[in-house]
Design a protein around this ligand. Structure first.
Ligand code: PLP
Length: 413
């Protein structure tokens, strides 16, 4: 997939940073394959969290005492580190949020509610996560805008001819998922961004499943906005990122009002703080933001290209092994064209039953609609099972998954 051949990861060394992976259930060692939902937290990131609470816990931007200064500097520098991680210009383009979902809501409320109206269109894809799909759908209802969807083909890839027809001068926003959390499809975001910009529309990228596992550069993608979550990339829960192009963020109204996001307040009116603080009202998740920067350090030390390659190899192997069973259906593109996950169904076994049986072997996978109900409707199934891989997973773990799925087949045969 255009990624140079690279040294394989030293998975043994990486696993030593994740003691949780040593847990056993019913005498079997945990096989954690639910990484698209949440990844685990390596020791250096856990240490960053304990160092903060043991050493310099204080509120930011509010005190001139030593602890507050130390916390403020670390928190602000965390924005610089994240900016560097995704190729943003600087901290003014990095808003810390709670998660990806809050990132899209921020844009939908602060930009969409003010800018959209009857005659405007929001174009999404049929594979959007509910985080974007429901948010834009509801903002469109409030504003009178219309929502349109770029269709997918049989293989779960976007119909780019349809995209070129759907994106017109009426399009105000194109909201696209970078890597699908259900199909594993990796979308041609920069091509879509070119189409959008040709019609003066903005582009919002849901990068929840791409920033954690491949090099992402907001300039190369042509994103005006891009959102992702810390808990899917070795960081803690409660922290996410909204990237916004500086000129666009400057023009936008705040999302939440209150302390810290203001410059000057009178009884009659208020003016707004500089970027990104204009969008970070109240006490933020200080420790989590600092720990997210530590997660970026951790991933960069391993190397994002190597991480991408590792995940793709595991996904291809899982795809090959699962499709070799004639009663297993795997959704999405072929094994050599997908990101690091595989969603599938075993004929005549509900995904929940499958995941429960697999869990008896301490293999953790996800079952359900993965927050893509309309996509599952389109696939003609209510639910699917999903195995998703990360830096600490091995081929042997894929073998354990496949063996457990095989046990389930025999149980229901
Ligand atoms: N977008 C995608 C593609 C996802 O996979 C997820 C999480 O599963 C989200 C958005 C929402 O992420 P969060 O729950 O962290 O807001």
């Amino acid at each position: 997939m255009g990624v140079p051949e690279t040294e394989p990861l030293d998975v043994g060394r990486i696993r030593a940073d994740f003691p949780i992976l040593d847990r056993e259930f019913g005498g079997s060692q945990l096989v954690y394959l639910d990484n698209a939902a949440t990844t685990h937290t390596p020791e250096p990131v856990v240490e960053t969290i304990t160092d903060y609470y043991r050493g310099y816990n204080a509120n930011v931007h509010r005190g001139i005492h030593h602890l507050s200064q130390e916390a403020s500097i670390a928190y602000e520098e965390a924005h610089d580190r994240v900016a560097e991680f995704i190729g943003a210009v600087g901290r003014e383009e990095i808003v810390f949020t709670k998660n990806t979902t809050e990132g899209v809501n921020l844009v939908a409320y602060a930009w969409g509610l003010n800018e959209l109206g009857p005659g405007d269109e929001v174009v999404m894809t049929e594979m959007e996560h509910h985080a974007s799909l429901v948010t834009w759908q509801q903002i469109a209802k409030k504003t009178g805008a219309e929502v349109k969807y770029i269709p997918i083909d049989e293989q779960g890839t976007l119909d780019m001819d349809a995209a070129a027809e759907l994106i017109t001068d009426d399009t105000a926003m194109v909201s696209v998922i970078h890597a699908s959390n259900t199909l594993g499809t990796v979308n041609p975001v920069s091509e879509i961004a070119d189409l959008a910009h040709d019609h003066d529309a903005y582009v919002f990228v849901d990068a929840a499943q791409s920033v954690p596992n491949r090099p992402v550069d907001v300039q190369e993608l042509g994103a005006d906005f891009l959102a992702f979550s810390g808990h899917k990339m070795c960081g803690p829960t409660g922290i996410g990122v909204l990237y916004g192009r500086e000129s666009v963020l400057e023009e936008m109204e705040p999302y939440l009002y209150g302390g810290d996001m203001i410059l000057k307040v009178t009884y009659e009116d208020a003016t707004w703080n500089e970027l990104p603080w204009k969008f970070e009202a109240g006490t933020p998740n200080i420790c989590e933001g600092i720990a997210l920067a530590a997660a970026c350090d951790y991933l960069d030390e391993i190397g994002m290209e190597r991480i991408q390659k590792h995940e793709e190899r595991l996904a291809q192997y899982a795809y090959d092994e699962l499709t070799a069973m004639d009663d297993v259906e795997v959704y999405g593109p072929p094994g050599d064209q997908r990101g690091g996950l595989v969603a599938f169904n075993l004929e005549s076994v509900h995904a929940h039953d499958l995941s429960s049986i697999v869990n008896d072997y301490a293999v953790a996978i996800r079952a359900g609609d993965h927050c893509t109900q309309p996509l599952h409707d389109k696939l003609g199934v209510a639910a699917s099972a999903r195995a998703s891989f990360y830096i600490y997973n091995t081929r042997e773990e894929v073998d354990k998954l496949v063996a457990a799925v095989d046990e389930a087949r025999q149980l229901f045969a």
